[in-house]
Design a protein around this ligand. Sequence first.
Ligand code: NAD
Length: 421
Amino acid sequence: MSIEKKENELSVYESMAARYDVAARKLGLDEGLSTYLRTPNREIIVHIPVDMDDGTMKVFDGFRVQHSIARGPCKGGLRYAPNVTLDEIRGLAAEMTWKCAVANIPFGGAKGGIICDPSKLSNGELERITRRYTAEILDYIGPDRDVPAPDMNTNEQTMAWIMDTYSMHTRHTETACVTGKPLDLGGSLGRREATGRGCMITADEALKRFGWKKESTRVIVQGFGNVGSQAARLMYESGYKIIGVADISGAVFNSSGVDIARLVEYVEKHKTVQGFDGGESIGVQEILEQECEILLPAATESVITSKNAHKVRAKILVEGANSPTTPPADDILFERGVFVIPDILANAGGVSVSYFEWVQDRQGYFWTEAVFNERLKQIMVSAFDGVVAFGEKHKVNNRIAAYMLAIDRVAFCLKLRGIYA
Ligand code: NAD
């Protein structure tokens, strides 16, 4: 079987498991414990009856996978898409466990999904799907059990509906049962920028290691949505030289630096970077292969594969997106000496902000944005240092180091707790 074939055939769970197995072996985990840690605690499948606007009734399938409660309540997003599968949700739930452990926040991982096409559903239909899904999983979620958050095609409004449904059943307003809520319903300041800011903080730490200056550090960002646009803007404002930006419909390249402030305005108006006059237009794939110090994929999964990993000319890869690199591409990047800041570290600003929102809701006391940003920095810097130190100690790349650090932390908690029988 060719490496490409294997790569295409790997499911989300298998990709996670491939890396997990390497890390667990290097840690010398006992086989039984290793199997237990890789396996989700609980997988819930629900069938959601919904009255549609046209008078018919439809049944939608939904999932919630709770991977681990060893370190605290489960935490993870809820996605709505026509191609959601249980296997995908299972893999993403496990990734959340490792991400929370790398960030050293007191959560385990979960993920949820509903098979539906939100573009073909009215607001009312979406609300009814969301509320019934919440009611179906009600016994398994809550501030001390499992705390959902937005993911693909879900947003603040979805979280408000979940919070309200949960609160109606518990007979009191319980804001801490979800995160990513509107600011007026217990949401947190700083959330919009947090994932992009976290990416920048890890890049800053890498720069310190290499002794590089921001002004001469060329950055290419793929994806100009929530994560990519905030990372590009913050990095631009702090002195990095952003030489390329791509989104799904086009890419712009300027070796003297793209004016990100102007690009943000352009994208607000035109909804794409395509056609921006502050640089030359270039292929969406081609931009990944340009010479730069930092490549920051913040778009989607599997954009760096065994087909193009050997063409990547960046020295540092900051994985803003989830799973932008396939396992076979990992090996190629490692052999070529690329310093990879893996997704479970680079984009952990996202789950850290969820943690902060949960803490603030439970305290009923809300922080200023400055306090929020300072605490985010502490988490990201300490996670970065932890991963790099683990990698150096065990002589493994940063991806495996991040997995090892995470698995080690979860296994340690599990050993302290013991197995209840
Ligand atoms: P988004 O939908 O806001 O933006 C995605 C951007 O990527 C858009 O600009 C889109 O045009 C572009 N894009 C999509 N496919 C592309 C392709 N093939 N080539 C080039 N550009 C492409 O999404 P987001 O919230 O910014 O999330 C981006 C990634 O980061 C996802 O992998 C997500 O899972 C991950 N992530 C997001 C957060 C968060 O806080 N939003 C947290 C952790 C991880």
